[in-house]
Design a binder for this molecule. Structure first.
Ligand code: ADP
Ligand code: MG
Ligand code: MG
Length: 354
């Protein structure tokens, strides 16, 4: 028999993170919360249905609405969010899931914390970054991805991007691979850290049997961001680690997007936002087009020459290249990226002090 895999949070309504504004609702049934939400406006459109800004007793929440025939996607994403210990300030905060009866049809709702600055993709399309914002964006995503990829046992503390311990808890969290890392699946928070969202394609690691939780359809995600081994179908679907390595490749592309929109003394003006591989493929590329560019021709997004004139951008260039290596085994881990960025940030802080 044995314990069910993966462990689940026994009572979601008691696990709202501190500072989420829902602490007073700890004992409230999550279904009751959903009934009290008024939808205000549409804020996003993805593969499944729409995302709305809603209002819950005067607080903003985000409501992702699935049609009832997409129940599998809804319950999958809810299931991942409900994995025990799934709270980190660089992972989108889950609030509740519910059905909404609309008379002739039923909607399936996922309710999460709302971030008014929207996705990283939207943010970079409209704004440039300075060196420090770039560093914190990169570090906070690396922190979220490190957390996601880590198995956590027993009592553990999680560090936020400022190096402060903010979350201490006990239990067990399996390692999770995201499988759809891209700038549209990362949100910008008002404190200018990022958080990772859209966990609908994620898979968990059953470390006891060293198995991926269930045989997943292994060629999923967004084609533009697919790792070479996904594009040429050589990823070992039974190896959990191989999914993490594919996440890191996609993360490398995201780091490139962030660095490409950073202005500083060596580059006071930068190009408008462009998606990775914009110079090689059409807006909605096929797997075959991507495979030709990424696997056969071994192309990667171009790195501007000015990156070399700035210490922040030189670090980003190194990280980007060590994340998007063709050989999955040569890529950095999320933890290595995080540690490099932390060390760099700390060296800057020391310089300021001297
Ligand atoms: P899908 O699985 O359909 O891709 P996502 O969860 O990625 O849906 O959401 C689609 C878009 O909606 C995101 O790219 C983002 O622009 C917006 N969005 C989603 N969740 C939030 C949120 N909590 N706060 C603000 N915007 C959000
Ligand atoms: Mg998405
Ligand atoms: Mg999705």
């Amino acid at each position: 028999k044995g314990a069910p895999f993966p462990p689940q949070q026994p009572d979601l309504s008691s696990s709202f993170g501190s500072g989420s504004g829902y602490n007073s609702e700890r004992r409230m049934n999550q279904r009751t919360i959903a009934r009290q939400i008024t939808l205000i406006e549409t804020i996003g459109k993805g593969r499944f249905g729409e995302v709305h800004r809603g209002s819950f007793r005067g607080d903003n929440v985000a409501v992702k609405i699935f049609a009832s025939h997409d129940e599998k996607s809804w319950s999958r994403e809810m299931d991942i969010y409900r994995t025990a210990l799934m709270r980190n300030e660089n992972i989108l905060g889950f609030i509740a899931a519910d059905n909404k009866d609309r008379g002739n049809w039923t909607e399936l709702w996922l309710i999460t914390e709302y971030h008014e600055l929207g996705s990283l993709y939207d943010f970079l399309s409209q704004n440039t970054l300075n060196n420090y914002d770039m560093l914190i964006f990169a570090l906070s995503i690396a922190n979220g991805l490190t957390f996601l990829h880590s198995e956590i046992r027993g009592t553990s503390g999680t560090l936020n991007a400022n190096g402060n311990n903010y979350h201490c808890t006990s239990g067990y969290k399996p390692a999770i691979a995201h499988r759809d890392v891209k700038s549209k699946n990362i949100l910008v928070k008002s404190n200018m850290e990022c958080c990772i969202n859209d966990l609908g394609l994620a898979v968990r690691h059953d470390s006891k049997n060293d198995e991926v939780e269930r045989p997943p359809d292994h060629r999923v995600g967004t084609k533009r961001y697919m790792a070479p081994e996904v594009l040429d179908d050589t990823l070992n679907p039974r190896s959990f680690d191989s999914y993490c390595k594919a996440d890191i490749y996609s993360f490398g592309l995201v780091l490139w997007e962030i660095a490409s929109r950073t202005v500083n003394a060596s580059a006071p003006i930068v190009d408008e936002y462009r998606q990775p591989y914009h110079e090689y493929v059409a807006p909605d590329p096929s797997v075959e087009e991507m495979r030709k560019v990424v696997v056969v021709d071994r192309c990667r997004p171009a790195i501007s020459r000015h990156w070399n004139n700035d210490e922040y951008l030189r670090l980003m260039e190194k990280l980007v290249q060590e994340c998007w290596y063709h050989d999955p085994g040569a890529r950095l881990t999320a933890l290595r990226v995080k540690k490099s960025l932390v060390a760099f940030r700390d060296s800057l802080n020391n310089e300021v002090k001297v």
